[in-house]
Design a protein around this ligand. Structure first.
Ligand code: AMP
Length: 502
């Protein structure tokens, strides 16, 4: 049974990290360790194994990177040599690998330790070249790592510390065999850290075989949403969604919006539509080249691209500081993915808004999500939205899996590898606690945010409000409004007991 310690009011100063690391932490603007850092750092510094339940967004990366930098910096490499990393960090996805290595560089910038990131989908030669020099910390996805091992360009026999980051996602993605192969290549005596958002039986089996009397930390319950995220739903017909989204972005002057679509084609179509509306947008998904994904992501991060449209897989593991808006263009098929998606915002203490555009056909998905997060998400009417008078017919959309059917790119045991991504996929965050706040957007008026809970009472029908501007609302608006006014007994009032005929 792992030891459990509780979080306290730990300061960075009390953690006894080396001065160059403290300077980098100060440069990053961190004033206090997050709970996972407060708990994990002392355990890692003490040299023990660690089992940590923490999601992206909790500061977990610094939770393992800071003490690892300290440890490697404070002891000389026993067997120094080119291409012989002392610390190996495995991640499920390319994006996460890149982000983790970026963190290693950020926190280790005043140290002489060298880091390298390697993942598939890109030319292997620059990685081979880098392996001819000093590499202290290697961040890698399993597939490409094994490619290097096969080519004998990488020697894992000097690894002192192994970190499995987002281990549950690695298992979800079918990496267990790769992980086992990699473990067999490592020295027996080493420190092991395992980070996972969830503790399934598979994770337990993996950790039992891997970890030796580990310390245990856990900082967030699964399937909870951050109270820093204001969640709202706009009921709107599918064919109006892109128009409503354009309107919301322009009307509210949103500067950085991550939009989730259900399909890659849907992501492309939406990005095209937004661009046609004068809103610069790019789609990222597995059919895009790695360079296109990297470019879109960096433009989105630096603020030059206001809208990134992504499938769940492509967006997983993305850490974007202070992302203010996440939009669910379609609700995910699997309720847990809603939590992962909206975990992209409201991170590291900043507020965020998660907006879901929901067609009447998605009501059951909404209901499942609300049951999971134990929260009723306020429905908000957008008074200022006037739908276009003519909407070209939609291209046919692929059907959703049957309700309750777990066919989903992120949750199946082995999801399809995206595009040219060889064996790398992606993973999400879950964090914080359930919240149900009114939107912070002053221009979006709240419509009956269902105050002291109306569960058990029918929701009053709401008339569509007339737009201030002429022309008059078109029939399509009425359609959107009908959704709003539509009786939703399944959501807000007890379902009448089903009568079973004899
Ligand atoms: P992670 O969970 O590792 O993906 O980190 C989420 C975000 O939290 C990153 O953008 C970090 O830069 C940020 N972060 C990590 N540690 C701290 C801290 N102690 N104080 C403030 N922000 C932090």
């Amino acid at each position: 049974m792992p030891n459990t310690i509780t979080a306290s009011t730990v300061t960075f100063a009390s953690l006894n990290l080396a001065e160059p690391i403290m300077r980098a932490i100060a440069d990053a603007g961190y004033t206090q360790p997050t709970p996972v850092q407060a708990q994990a750092i002392p355990l890692v510094l003490a040299g023990g194994d660690l089992l940590a339940g923490a999601q992206t967004g909790t500061g977990k990366t610094a939770g393992f990177t800071l003490p690892v930098l300290h440890l490697l910096n404070s002891r000389p490499a026993p067997n120094p040599g080119a291409g012989r990393p002392r610390c190996l960090i495995l991640t499920p996805t390319r994006e996460l690998a890149a982000q983790v290595e970026e963190s290693v560089q950020t926190y280790g910038k005043y140290l002489s330790l060298k880091s390298l990131v390697m993942f598939g989908g890109v030319n292997i030669n620059p990685q081979i070249k880098s392996l001819r020099g000093q590499v202290d910390i290697l961040v890698a996805t399993p597939g490409r790592l094994l490619d290097h091992v096969g080519q004998k360009t990488l020697d894992l026999s000097a690894v002192e510390i192994l970190i499995l980051d987002e281990a549950d996602r690695m298992l979800d993605m079918g990496f267990i065999r790769d992980i086992k192969k990699i473990l067999a290549l490592l020295p027996k005596k080493r420190q092991n850290l395992l980070f996972s958002a969830t503790f399934s039986e598979e994770i337990k089996t993996l950790s039992d075989g891997l970890l030796n009397n580990p310390g245990f930390v856990e900082v967030a319950r699964r399937n909870t949403t951050s109270e820093l995220v204001a969640q709202t739903v706009h009921m709107v017909a599918q064919k109006l969604k892109s128009h409503l989204l354009s309107h919301l972005i322009k009307h509210n002057d949103w500067k950085q919006v991550l939009v989730f679509t259900r399909t890659k084609h849907g992501a492309n179509r939406l990005a095209e539509k937004l661009n046609a509306d004068g809103i610069p947008a790019a789609a990222i998904h597995g059919n895009k080249s790695q360079s296109a994904r990297t470019k879109a992501l960096s433009q989105f991060k630096d603020g030059t691209l206001p809208v990134l449209v992504a499938t769940d897989i492509a967006a997983r593991g993305l850490d974007i500081d202070m992302l203010p808006h996440v939009v669910n263009f379609e609700l995910p098929n699997v309720p847990e993915d809603y939590v992962h998606r909206i975990g992209r915002t409201g991170r590291a203490g900043s507020n965020g808004a998660a907006i879901s555009l929901v067609d009447s056909e998605e009501i059951q998905h909404l209901k499942d999500i609300e049951r999971l997060i134990k929260t009723q998400i306020p429905r908000i009417a957008i008074d200022s939205f006037v739908p276009p008078t003519h909407i070209p017919p939609e291209a046919p959309r692929p059907p959703r899996p049957q309700h309750g059917q777990k066919r989903h790119s992120n949750t199946t045991a082995r999801p399809p590898r995206e595009g040219n991504a060889p064996r790398d996929g992606n993973r999400p965050p879950r964090e914080g606690q359930t919240g149900n706040r009114a939107p912070r957007d002053p221009q979006t008026r709240t419509q009956t945010p269902r105050g002291p809970q109306t569960a058990g009472q029918p929701r009053p029908a709401q008339k569509p409000r007339a737009s201030q501007s002429t022309p008059k609302p078109q029939p399509l608006l009425s359609e959107a409004a009908r959704h709003q006014a539509m009786p939703q007994p399944a959501l807000f009032s007890p379902r009448p007991a089903a009568r079973r005929g004899k």
